[in-house]
Design a protein around this ligand. Structure first.
Ligand code: HEM
Length: 468
């Protein structure tokens, strides 16, 4: 039999069609998981589930449109993996807090490197519990207060840098400068390194860390492969560099803790700082009110003697806190968070019952929760007054998910808030932010499957304030 005969044989065709059919059934075998329960959702396609095209989408808009179309609870497929999307606050509370022992984990990634496999964000079950309880003491009030001294040193360098920019160009690329600043803070607090991040963009420490947060794969279908390239970048960073290692690491003693600091905090804090300054530039009345509050607090606190900002002062600035909370509502740096079901459970919902089996994912699209008209009337208006005590108390706390919720929420929340408060106070005290020609009317964010919001073209005018 020659090749042509084999190809034209009915048996060959029958075997091929049969194999393709079995394969098709296999790759779509999970796709009735939600429909069998009467849970609606977008129609999945073989191999990709609902993820086709995600690498060229703007994730915040993508999530908003899904929630708008399919409601507070719907079924989605990450490839073949069933993923229940929820913006219902009672369900969020049940899954993230009340029934946490059914939802301890996040999804499984097949990481190659030993270090990444141990990161707190990805470890599972008992291993997560053990690592979380060993890392938690790094974030006590006392430790954060001690770290604030290092943060302050970095803020001083940042101020010098911005002052030079204000006097030369009069405008700055906020994300670039703040990315270098938050890298500097991490290098000092976690690695005991003094890096010249503000002066040298080619520093390998910075380049490698930036690669992790904006990997080339985020804009291609390769993102659907279980993350691979960026793990290598992570290894390069965590191997570190011994230059300028003249300061002891004050509170981070294990390698796990150091990598945790670097990878979890750097980008989201820089993004939040960028977004805050953008909103201050676009809302001069809010910026001036904050400036007056800062001057008043400097009068009230002992740190005024040193003409300086201190831990106690930044902890006692409710208006600053309101602004940061509104920034994190408006632009949650993490767009989504998730849990993986570790023990079967079911819930009453919408007159029916939702069964969540072990292995099923649950996703909270944070951006969509924060921009829901129901939870935040007029959600596209930036308004720090939403967070004054009178308004805040009326709101369900699970409508604010910027740092997640429950026992597996963001462990670095207080550290991030300290860093943000120090930087914003010191900057608004000395400088005025304002829009220039290049400043967009509304901030736009990069497309691709980014783990966090990536602001684009955040060019802001900057000028030194005259001393009072
Ligand atoms: C504005 C800055 C930050 C934002 C918006 C943010 C947001 C988040 C969110 C939404 C989660 C998921 C929580 C959940 O699933 O319930 C998370 C987890 C985490 N964050 Fe942050 N984060 C920030 C800064 C930091 C910093 C500075 C650090 C470290 C110093 C950090 C360390 C972590 C870690 C380790 C986890 C995983 C916790 C676990 O799985 O137990 N984050 N963060």
């Amino acid at each position: 039999m020659d090749a042509l005969e084999i190809l034209s044989s009915p048996i060959t065709w029958a075997v091929t069609v049969g194999t393709l059919y079995i394969f098709y059934r296999y790759v779509t075998s999970t796709f009735n998981y939600f429909s069998d329960q009467g849970i609606s959702g977008p129609k999945p396609m073989p191999f990709f589930g609902n993820m086709w095209g995600i690498w060229k989408s703007n994730l915040s808009e993508y999530d908003m449109s899904l929630v708008k179309k399919h409601g507070k609870v719907f079924g989605y497929y990450d490839g073949p993996q069933p993923n229940l999307w929820i913006t219902d606050l009672e369900l969020i509370k049940a899954i993230f807090v009340k029934d946490f022992d059914h939802f301890v984990d996040r999804r499984t990634f097949n990481f190659k490197t030993k270090i990444v496999r141990k990161w707190l964000t990805v470890v599972k079950g008992k291993e997560w519990k053990d690592i979380r309880s060993s890392v938690t003491p790094a974030f006590t009030t006392g430790k954060i207060k001690r770290m604030s001294l290092l943060i302050k040193e970095c803020v001083e360098i940042l101020s010098i840098r911005i002052s030079a920019v204000a006097q030369s160009e009069g405008k700055m690329n906020a994300k670039l400068i703040y990315g270098a600043f938050t890298m500097d803070v991490i290098a000092r607090c976690a690695f005991g390194l003094k890096i010249d991040s503000l002066g040298n963009k080619d520093d390998p420490f910075i380049k490698n860390a930036q690669f992790i947060f904006n990997p080339p794969t985020s804009k291609t279908p390769l993102i659907l492969l279980p993350c691979s390239r960026w793990q290598n970048g992570a290894d390069v960073v965590t191997r570190g560099d011994k230059r300028n290692c003249d300061r002891p690491v004050i509170n981070v003693v294990t390698f796990q803790k150091s990598t945790l600091f670097l990878l979890a905090g750097f980008d989201q804090t820089a993004t939040t700082l960028t977004n805050t300054c953008f909103q201050l530039a676009r809302n001069p009345d809010i910026q001036e009110k904050l400036h007056e509050t800062i001057l008043q607090k400097l009068e009230d606190y002992v740190c005024h003697i040193f003409e300086d900002v201190c831990h106690e002062m930044v902890q006692d600035m409710p208006y600053l806190e309101q602004i940061i909370q509104e920034v994190l509502r408006f632009y949650p740096a993490s767009l989504r968070t998730e849990r993986m079901c570790t023990k079967d459970i079911s819930y009453d919902h919408g007159g029916g019952r939702i069964h969540i089996k072990k292995g099923v994912l649950v996703t909270v699209p944070i951006y969509a929760v924060h921009h829901s008209e129901e939870y935040y009337p007029d959600p596209e208006t930036f308004d720090p007054e939403r967070w004054n005590p009178e308004n805040k108390v009326k709101r369900n706390p699970y409508s604010f998910m910027a740092f997640g919720a429950g026992p597996r929420n963001c462990i670095g929340m207080r550290f991030a808030m300290e860093e943000l408060k120090f930087a914003i106070t010191a900057l608004v005290k000395q400088f005025r932010f304002f829009p220039v020609e290049e400043t967009p009317e509304k901030l736009r964010f990069d497309v691709g499957f980014q783990p966090a919001l990536q602001p684009m073209n955040a060019i802001l005018g900057i000028e030194l304030r005259q001393p009072n």
